[in-house]
Design a protein around this ligand. Structure first.
Ligand SMILES: Cc1cc2nc3c(=O)[nH]c(=O)nc-3n(C[C@H](O)[C@H](O)[C@H](O)COP(=O)(O)OP(=O)(O)OC[C@H]3O[C@@H](n4cnc5c(N)ncnc54)[C@H](O)[C@@H]3O)c2cc1C
Length: 299
């Protein structure tokens, strides 16, 4: 492993100054689960590791006056799973995090670290994109907020500049008559990363028709994928089996899928068809819609 210095600032301004002066030679470290592995394998060669864990300004989980849930950059998966605030605000996020790795990893790894590493085989970015969450970035140049759906630009690639720190993730509340769900497909072990992840958020109008719908497919290609032109077709229609099957088939025919150790591109495509229908059905039930059980044949 190449030698590099570790600094542990205790104030945010010091972190920003370090990132600004060192540029690509410095990387922030939150839980360190990904940084440790990639350093050990020589995949990254930073000169400076900036440990974020002692910065109090990054250690918050709070509901804003707007109703948004704000999750600070050093908050681990496990802290979120246990937080009563998160459980009542975004239960689907808690469900998703409980599917990540194992308890040992979740005690150490942060949600922001998960998003920043941008590994295509990840769970939280898919559900965060479906929930309309955004990423708060701060540097000496200023502050900006980027939707999670735009934050990841490819495998291990994000829009973050080297001098920028992600300070928090912002998750908006679900309106009444909305339901959200996430389903994960594993092909190797119970603790494995996803071969596929599908998230849905359904908002119904007073007549039980679709007001808005979000469907995001993760771990199929190099980033979470949504297909706005397909989702637009659902607006104003009753969310029945026929509509869910149509949306799932359209997604299966549109999203990029890759072949790797976890699954072939063909298998992923077929599973998009199956799991998109299932996740839409679950989200619809959570939005208060009665759905026929799978296989009843009532389209
Ligand atoms: C055995 C194992 C199993 C796993 N299984 C799953 C799984 O099933 N599903 C899943 O989704 N993930 C899985 N993971 C991935 C894990 O969830 C992530 O590696 C973890 O969340 C990264 O968080 P961290 O805090 O350790 O990040 P770190 O290792 O500290 O950082 C990761 C990256 O993010 C950058 N970074 C961190 N914080 C910031 C910040 N505030 N601003 C800017 N950049 C930042 C770092 O510079 C680095 O590039 C698994 C990991 C392991 C080791």
């Amino acid at each position: 492993m190449m030698e590099c210095a570790v600094v542990t600032p205790t104030v945010l301004d010091e972190v920003l100054a370090l990132l600004a002066s060192a540029g690509e030679d410095a990387i922030p470290v939150a839980g360190g689960t990904w940084v440790t592995l990639t350093l050990r394998h020589g995949l990254i060669r930073p000169r400076l590791l900036v440990n974020l864990r002692r910065v109090p300004d990054l250690r918050h989980v709070a509901i804003e006056p707007t109703g948004d849930l704000l999750i600070g950059a050093v908050i681990t998966h496990r802290m979120l799973e246990r937080s009563p605030i998160v459980r009542s605000h975004s239960p689907v996020l808690v469900e998703t995090l409980a599917e990540v790795a194992n308890v040992r990893v979740r005690e150490q790894a942060t949600l922001v670290g998960n998003l920043c590493e941008a590994d295509p085989a990840s769970d939280p970015p898919t559900v965060l994109a479906a929930l309309g969450a955004s990423v708060e970035l701060l540097s000496l140049r200023g502050r900006r907020c980027v939707p999670v759906a735009d934050f990841v630009t490819g495998a291990y690639q994000t829009v973050r500049a080297p001098d920028e720190l992600v300070t928090a993730i912002r998750v908006p509340p679900l309106p009444p008559r909305a339901g959200a769900a996430y389903l994960k497909v594993r092909t190797r072990s119970h603790e494995d990363r996803p071969a596929l992840g599908v998230a849905a958020v359904v908002l119904l109008d007073d007549g039980g028709r679709v007001a808005t719908i979000e469907l995001v497919v993760g771990a199929a290609g190099d980033r979470p994928q949504r297909v706005p032109s397909v989702l637009e077709q659902a607006r104003g229609h009753p969310l029945n089996e026929a509509l869910m099957t149509m949306l799932a088939s359209a997604y299966a025919g549109t999203v990029d899928t890759v072949s790797d150790l976890r699954a072939s591109a063909w298998y992923r495509r077929e599973m998009v068809r199956v799991f998109a229908t299932r996740v839409l059905r679950l989200a619809a039930q959570r939005a208060g819609l009665h759905c026929e059980p799978e296989g009843s044949g009532n389209a």
